[in-house]
Design a protein around this ligand. Sequence first.
Ligand code: CA
Length: 234
Amino acid sequence: MMTPGQTSILLVEDEPHIAEGILFNLEAEGYRSVHCLSAEEAITKLDTDSFDLLVLDIMLPGIDGLELCRRLRKSGSDLPILMLTARGDEVDRVAGLSAGADDYLTKPFSLKEFLLRVKALLRRSRPTRAEKTTYTFGDNLIDLAERRAITATAQIELTELEVKMLELFFSREGKVISRGELLQTVWGMSPDTETRTLDNFIVRLRKYFETDPTHPDHFKTVRGRGYRFIREKS
Ligand code: CA
């Protein structure tokens, strides 16, 4: 289970003995760690869970680490990525960094060095995250702490429910959030409640923040699954 404020790390590594050592050390340091054996599995996890850091092996069965890294950056993710490369392979290191990784570590590495890299990456990314209460997307500036939004056409005082919903969307940018989770988090309703309340709410957010509310760029419907917030127009 996730405790509030606990740092979450996703490890994608197909070699069990390497994964085992890494996971053991991460847990010992108090991090919450989740392990995937393939990039395909990681894509699903990244869609449904939040992480502070991705530790990504390059050589994986199926989609490799470089490709996963490229895809994440292309989708606008700024998740810190520590790439694990094969021994002494210069090509891998360069490719990793140009694919958008933040740092790399060459196998075999000492777990002490691994933890130092992890801490450094988390430190670099943290300050902006913890203090951030203003968000921009499209023509909008939203200040959650002040409950205020400036859009292309208006200044809006946000309700408490709107703030809650925006907070959830922003914290899980690019990820699908189910109707059930939105109902539960924003309204405290049981996830299986049948109601149009949520749909009407989304319609209102689109009217506020979308250039064309009938063709939303940011608050997207994901048919049969829920909704997804996307910062950058595609
Ligand atoms: Ca591997």
